[in-house]
Design a binder for this molecule. Structure first.
Ligand code: NAD
Ligand code: UGA
Length: 459
């Protein structure tokens, strides 16, 4: 079949895979190739056991794979043939040298720019899909200008706002699509080409076009604002535990103000995920690099509060279990950074587990999707850790349960049966306020919600 255009996506990860699957679904006249340096990942994309779990993804991949959606490691040939190249490689926090622990590590992104220079033989639109520091496109343009031929590259920013676990829904029903371009004839025309792709399913009024730098920076700011809301509500959860105010009632009361809104006000054991912390630290680094130290401090406090919430939670467990947790069995229900994903990157459960192991606790981990990733995260860490796929076996003989991820299925377990199988006194620390606390208390548990009054049988 003759295709109207060829799209290439470099990076077949959480963003590249689902985003390109949806483009292939909605734009059958475009050929979409997704490449990666990781052969194992590509093999998985070509199987029915996809490398990531997202509701609805497998169905779309199966429908388009081999028709206009192709996964391979053949980067060079695909660069040569592509009209539009999305770059969706990982941009983690730098772990070495200047900016270590704060700045973005752009080595993977830069490697793709050099690959494009090396293999391009015709004009191309390069789309920044990865989350990048503001003004990265400038560096991309400099590298692309190294091309010896008379080839034109137009760099566009099109950051991705999908959330894991709802990636397909977020892509199909995006609140907005953001496209940043230079305000030049070439920039506007490239911006139009990318708009044309999204117009296949996104209403025109939801496609926002801006200048390049606004687009790059908007992505970091969107994540910073979302994380800031979580740190704000979590900070108040600590105050609630001291005053007997109830964090859910407060979230409802303030969220009913349409200026505040009711989303992202769920208190938790802390936010996780691959991006919030890294993007905020990147924002902090950028602000510092421009000498804006007060701006940097303001945003850094969002991360500081998140670290506090995690360590406060562990301190509560230790204190409430009579300051003697060594040798006790504590079972984590949930290890993923949020429900409906197997992803454990920056999951609060990692820090909780490590802190409990430091106290010589025997830790058992149960998660519906994340056990394999948990094993990787905790590899080489000293301590007594077991993994259990059956929640009832996981809980048996435990002194305490910790709800670390808000999986729906945890709500439907038979807690009377679980209570009977546990050591007494039996504790539940609900880091997500997921369960019915009064009911658990009635069964006999000592219940420690987050940001709410504790329900205990101790006098
Ligand atoms: P990921 O680690 O899941 O995927 C990135 C992929 O790029 C990896 O499979 C890696 O092997 C591949 N890669 C690296 N260098 C390559 C190269 N030179 N050629 C081919 N492949 C290469 O990362 P992700 O979660 O998909 O994130 C990608 C970007 O999108 C990041 O900048 C991230 O901040 C951003 N983002 C992520 C999410 C999310 O929910 N995960 C959401 C929005 C934006
Ligand atoms: C987040 C953003 O929501 C996406 O828009 C963005 O594209 C993405 O980061 C990214 O750039 O990577 P994601 O990390 O997948 O998406 O998941 P979220 O739903 O935002 O949750 C992040 C963390 O915050 C989770 O640990 C979650 O449990 C926690 N959270 C979320 C709360 O503690 N309370 C809330 O009210 C909401």
């Amino acid at each position: 079949m003759e295709f109207k255009k060829r799209i290439l996506c470099i990076g077949a990860g959480y963003v590249g895979g689902p985003t390109m699957a949806v483009i292939a679904l909605k734009c059958p006249e475009y050929r979409v190739d997704v490449v990666d340096i990781n052969q194992e990942r590509i093999n998985a994309w070509n199987s029915d056991d996809l490398p990531i779990f997202e509701p609805g993804l497998l169905e779309i991949v199966k429908e388009r794979r081999g028709k206009n959606l192709f996964f391979s490691t053949n980067t060079e040939e695909n660069i040569t043939k592509a009209d539009i190249i999305f770059v969706s490689v990982n941009t983690p926090t730098k772990t070495f040298g200047e900016g270590a622990g704060m700045a973005s590590d752009l080595q993977y992104w830069e490697a793709t720019a050099h690959q494009i220079v090396k293999h391009a033989q015709s004009d191309k639109i390069i789309v920044e899909k990865s989350t990048l520091p503001v003004r990265t496109a400038e560096a991309m343009e400099r590298i692309l200008k190294m091309h010896s031929g008379n080839i034109k590259f137009e760099v566009i920013s099109n950051p991705e706002f999908l959330s894991e676990g709802t990636a397909i829904k977020d892509l199909l029903e995006a609140d907005r699509v953001l496209i940043g371009a230079h305000d030049t004839k070439e920039g506007n025309s490239a911006s139009q080409e990318i708009t044309d792709i999204y117009r296949h399913w996104i209403p025109e009024e939801r496609i926002i076009t801006t200048n390049l730098w606004s687009s790059e920076l908007s992505k970091l700011i969107a994540n910073a604002f979302l994380a800031q809301r979580i740190s704000s509500i979590n900070s108040i959860s600590a105050l609630c535990e001291k005053t007997d105010a109830d964090i859910s009632e407060i979230a409802h009361a303030i969220g009913s103000d349409s200026r505040i809104g009711n989303k992202f006000l769920q208190t938790s054991v802390g936010f996780g995920g691959s991006c919030f912390k890294k993007d905020i630290l990147n924002l902090v680094y950028i602000a510092k690099s421009y000498g804006l130290y007060e701006v940097a401090d303001y945003w850094e406090s969002v991360v500081t509060m998140n670290e506090y919430q995690k360590s406060r939670f562990v301190r509560k467990i230790i204190k409430e279990m009579f300051n003697t947790v060594a040798g006790k069995k504590i079972t984590l229900f949930g290890f993923a950074f949020k429900a409906n994903t197997g992803d454990t990157r920056e999951s609060p459960a990692i820090d909780i587990t490590k802190a409990l192991l430091d106290e010589n606790v025997r830790v058992t981990i149960h998660d519906p999707k994340a056990i394999e990733n948990a094993k990787i995260d905790l590899k080489g860490i000293d301590g007594n850790i077991t993994y259990e796929t059956d929640p009832y076996k996981a809980a048996a003989n435990s002194n305490a349960l910790v709800i670390a991820t808000e999986w729906d299925q945890f709500k439907d377990l038979d807690y009377s049966q679980i209570y009977k199988s546990m050591e007494k006194p039996a504790f539940i620390f609900d880091g997500r306020n997921l369960l019915d606390h009064k009911k658990l208390f009635g069964i006999g548990f000592n219940v420690y919600p987050t940001g709410k009054q504790q329900l205990t049988h101790f006098s």
